[in-house]
Design a protein around this ligand. Structure first.
Ligand SMILES: Cc1cc2nc3c(=O)[nH]c(=O)nc-3n(C[C@H](O)[C@H](O)[C@H](O)COP(=O)(O)OP(=O)(O)OC[C@H]3O[C@@H](n4cnc5c(N)ncnc54)[C@H](O)[C@@H]3O)c2cc1C
Length: 364
């Protein structure tokens, strides 16, 4: 029997495995897919993740971007410098790092192992898989957006939004672009890859958009991509939409499964790694006999993430409602990008910006 079974080997599950193995707990990570994972990721990762990982991430970073371009419906292009460079990582290298690190210190990984059901019996989780069943004292659900664990654990399933991504080798370059307006209440982002481009689209406030793939392929064609030889896929995205309870007596939710994605920027990897790190710490404390450790996990995420996401959510509501006006009045201004890049690096919070604006409006 394992001390902890982690379902899902994405960034959240891998970080949690590392955190638990480091404290010499027996950990099993079950992943239905092969590895490196074929999860979509454009590769934009905040440098802030380094604080939760014990190893040097330099080999995974293939580019540090110091400028961004923006367009509105593919026109009105502006180029803006950024003070805190954006890390563009090779996702497979980062993934490999994370899992190998935890395996080196004792975590066990089972690939092609899909969890089919869970049952808590006398304080032990019995986990049914497509191969042999496994059992553990604790569970971390890190099975991503749209995974089954939330429902099986009896929590409310998050609302799932749509994204699509198109990987192509038919265009090359090093410009990072965000386009607003081509998709309603969302955005398209184009990120360079070592061997081409990754174009992605997200409907941030609309869950019933049927033609998201077509909008992206039209956009890609206009960018000069040969869509016939590109890899186009649709993916679920669960955005933060209010505080959630992320713990039960013997389980924790982490990453996309915990619905932590920033509803304004769509950033996920930083909260995924942050929550994986915290979930491991919480289970380590419970295994060590701390009485209040189960609530502490939800509380620490609420304090350090949710409070800021309240503001991100308010901003997102206004931003995606009036994208055109927001583009002209905000996005185009260099200061907006500087503030946003500080937020993504964890140097600034949305709440700080809201407070500054409030103090300007109400000086007394
Ligand atoms: C198009 C697109 C582009 C993106 N670009 C960026 C970006 O540039 N920067 C960024 O920060 N984020 C980005 N993201 C988000 C990011 O890739 C994911 O949200 C992030 O990987 C979430 O990590 P996670 O560990 O919570 O879940 P995931 O990475 O989704 O991992 C969950 C894992 O659980 C496994 N699983 C699911 N069900 C089961 C089961 N029953 N049994 C066993 N295993 C199971 C899955 O196979 C998967 O490997 C992007 C997302 C999309 C869709």
């Amino acid at each position: 029997m394992f001390d902890c079974i982690i379902v899902g080997a994405g960034p959240a599950g891998r970080t949690a495995a590392d955190g638990l193995a480091k404290h010499r707990h027996s950990v099993l990570v079950v992943e239905k897919a092969s590895l490196p994972c074929n999860q979509p990721c454009s590769g934009d990762v905040s440098g802030a993740i380094a604080q939760w990982l014990d190893f040097d991430l330099t080999p995974a970073i293939w580019m540090k971007a110091n400028k961004i371009t923006y367009t509105s419906k593919m026109a009105y292009l502006v180029q803006v410098p950024i003070n805190s460079p954006m890390w563009m990582v090779q996702q497979d290298v980062l993934d490999d790092f994370l899992i190998k690190q935890s395996q080196k210190i004792g975590a066990e990984l089972r690939r092609f192992t899909q969890v089919k059901g869970i049952k808590l019996k006398h304080y032990v989780w019995e986990v049914k898989t497509n191969s042999e069943p496994v059992s553990g004292r604790y569970l971390i659900a890190a099975d991503g957006a749209g995974g089954p664990m939330t429902k099986w654990l009896g929590w409310k399933e998050p609302k799932v939004f749509l994204t699509a991504s198109l990987a192509t080798r038919s265009i090359k370059g090093n410009a990072i672009n965000f386009d607003f307006g081509t998709i309603k209440k969302g955005f398209i982002w184009s990120f360079p890859k070592a061997d081409g481009y990754s174009l992605s689209i997200a409907a941030m406030r609309c869950d019933k958009l049927k033609d998201i793939k077509k909008i992206l392929t039209d956009y890609a064609t206009k960018c000069g991509a040969d869509v016939r030889v590109s890899n186009l896929r649709e993916h679920p995205l669960s955005l933060w939409n209010g505080d959630r309870k992320l713990h039960s007596q013997n389980a924790r939710l982490a990453g996309d499964a915990a619905c932590l994605a920033d509803p304004l920027s769509g950033e996920v990897i930083r909260p995924a790694i942050f929550s994986g790190f915290n979930a491991a710490q919480a289970i380590d404390r419970v295994l060590g006999g701390a009485d209040n450790a189960k609530e502490q996990y939800t509380e620490s995420i609420a304090q350090e993430w949710d409070t800021d996401m309240v503001w991100a959510s308010r901003l997102a509501k206004a931003f995606y409602q009036f994208t055109g006006a927001a583009y002209r009045a905000g996005v185009k201004l260099p200061m907006t990008t500087q503030l946003m890049s500080k937020i993504l690096c964890g140097e600034l919070h949305y709440a700080d910006i809201a407070n500054r604006a409030f103090n300007k409006l109400m000086p007394f």
